[in-house]
Write a protein that binds this ligand. Sequence first.
Ligand SMILES: O=C(NC/C=C/[C@H]1O[C@@H](n2ccc(=O)cc2)[C@H](O)[C@@H]1O)c1cc([N+](=O)[O-])cc(O)c1O
Ligand SMILES: [Mg+2]
Length: 214
Amino acid sequence: TQSTRPQRILGAVQRNATRGDPRSVVRAIDQYCRNQEWAMNVGDEKGCILDSVVSEVNPATVLELGTYCGYSTVRIASLLPPHAKLITLEFNPEFAVIARQVFAWAGLEDKIQLVEGASGDLIPKMKEQFGVETFDLVFLDHWKDRYLPDTKLMEECGLLRKGSVLLADNVICPGAPEYLEFVRSSPRYESQYFKSHLEYTKVEDGLEKSVFLG
Ligand SMILES: O=C(NC/C=C/[C@H]1O[C@@H](n2ccc(=O)cc2)[C@H](O)[C@@H]1O)c1cc([N+](=O)[O-])cc(O)c1O
Ligand SMILES: [Mg+2]
């Protein structure tokens, strides 16, 4: 039977990466998706911007919306301090099965908690079920029309504190126009655009970093 793209990505990791070496997992996925078949990982170019923001924030608590195969989850988790907690939300059970194996190959399964379900249902449960107070960093990379409603939901649920950083992928391509307009015009956010390219292509895309001002 025909394999899926996430299964082929996992295969590339298992063939080309070294167990317990997160950077080799990231490199294996980038080489596969650049040379064999495109996939919607944040990729190496935007990934460097992600790395710099993670290092700058040095978060104790991270929420990732949209795991997919776990590429950005591994990038983030590999930069976290020892007792930091990364929760990643994934809607598609098949993607979750692959991502968990990618985390295991990277040796990061103890730093990552993958929760299956819809962000709109899970965000209100973060405090009671997952023992989270607030998130220091949120990486938005799931359905683009959910960026804005989920940001408003995180505010309503008290999951953001003065200084919490939102980092959103794809604000140009495929685009998240309502989200972009909101964070750039709201007095409660200080927003900054990091120009880059859509993963593995020459098409413009970028990340929007927005600091919640409380
Ligand atoms: O569409 C894109 N991303 C949507 C991602 C969606 C992911 O988020 C999960 N989710 C998790 C929780 C939810 O509540 C909903 C979905 C989905 O199950 C999927 O794993 C995209 C598209 C392009 N592109 O060039 O076309 C490039 C990109 O970088 C992209 O990120
Ligand atoms: Mg993306």
